[in-house]
Design a protein around this ligand. Structure first.
Ligand code: NDP
Length: 330
């Protein structure tokens, strides 16, 4: 068996030195436990936060211990009634080839209903984040113009398409390469998209949204957030899902310099955590799974092979190497 441990806490951008790849014995399940052989691991931006010791919504990873994250795998041995060998399960003990788990830590998934990897992305946490952020937090309505940053990523690509499917007047996305921008407009049906590296975001957004925006789905923070505030219409809504442009910052980052517009525009800005929206789970599944099955909601996965490459996959995710969900296949 193999597991990836946190070797040290990063200062600024993480490097491979922050991780140890360790060979171990295959763990033995005890009474009431299940042994799972992981087949897919998720790497996610929030993991950068947990590598730091700063207090946040999830406990920091411990130095010297295996990292944690979402994974799907196949049950090898089981001493619980709910699952048996061969079953596919979703759980939170990723970053390792084998995991020993209690019944309450696993969710059985149906490998016939959808590709198992999609339970880590479009039909899993990131899809649910897009759904909850757009409809529960930002109260997106038909006729809204919606701007999504990080639009070619796992959350953003689903958020933009859901907005369009729900009758948005116009959906605008930003991403970090010409190829991603083309994917958004040519494949996913975004009305406009731009590469934020091509010039000031405020100017690029203003020319893509001549009538302003009503909803901003923020995955990025920083300059993107200021640009969105400048383009926001009266009573606009900002859902702050992520601020990835600031996760590697080594000093406190400035607030949006144009925040005072909140008064004249009476806009709202709300942070979100996907875990607060569990009440929407069945609604999400019954609405989104058929859209995916019918091909009306497209998704992409960037797949890295081999558990030993998990740290590199994570570093590449932070650097934007992924289109859609970044995954490791074991
Ligand atoms: P993504 O698939 O979007 O991957 C991260 C992307 O961020 C990269 O592909 C890269 O794309 C982009 N990026 C990296 N650095 C920068 C930067 N400096 N400026 C702009 N873009 C950058 O990840 P997820 O879809 O999993 O997550 C998206 C966001 O949502 C993250 O901020 C994450 O923390 C947040 N999130 C929040 C949740 C919540 O409950 N609040 C739940 C899940 C995710 P590019 O090439 O375009 O730069």
């Amino acid at each position: 068996a193999t597991e990836i441990r946190l070797a040290s806490r990063p200062k600024g951008t993480p490097t491979l030195e922050n991780f140890d790849v360790v060979d171990t014995d295959v763990p033995t399940p005890g009474p009431g436990q299940v042994l799972v052989r992981n087949t897919w691991l998720s790497v996610d931006p929030y993991m950068r936060m947990r590598m730091s010791s700063a207090k946040s919504y999830a406990a920091p990873y411990e130095v010297g211990k295996a990292m944690l994250g979402a994974a799907v795998g196949e049950v090898v041995e089981s001493d619980v009634d709910s699952v048996g060998p061969g079953d596919t399960v979703l759980h939170g003990f990723g970053w390792r080839s084998h995991a020993v788990l209690k019944a309450r830590h696993i969710v059985k998934v149906d490998p016939q209903a959808a590709p198992v990897s999609s339970y880590l992305g479009v039909l899993g946490m990131t899809g649910m984040t897009a759904y909850a952020g757009l409809f529960d937090v930002a109260s997106m309505r038909e006729g809204d113009t919606v701007f999504v940053s990080g639009a070619a990523g796992a959350v953003g690509s689903v958020a933009g398409q859901l907005a369009k499917l729900k009758g948005a007047k116009r959906v605008i996305g930003s991403a970090g390469s010409a190829e991603k921008v083309r994917w958004l407009t040519d494949e996913l049906g975004f009305d406009a998209a731009f590469n934020y590296k091509d010039g000031p975001v405020t100017e690029q957004l203003a020319s893509a949204a001549l009538d302003g925006i009503d909803v901003y789905f923020d995955n990025v923070g920083g300059e993107h957030l200021e640009a969105a505030i400048d383009s926001l219409n009266l009573h606009g809504r900002i859902v702050v899902c992520g601020m990835i442009s600031q996760y590697n910052a080594t000093a406190p980052t400035p607030a949006p310099r144009n925040l005072s517009q909140i008064i004249a525009k009476r806009f709202t800005m709300r942070g979100m955590l996907v875990g607060d929206h569990e009440h929407l789970r069945s609604e999400f599944q019954s609405e989104v799974a058929p859209l995916v099955a019918e091909g009306r909601l497209k998704y992409s996965e960037t797949v890295v092979d081999g558990i030993r490459n998990t740290p590199q996959a994570f570093l590449d995710l932070l650097a934007g190497a992924n289109t859609g969900k970044m995954l490791v296949r074991l």
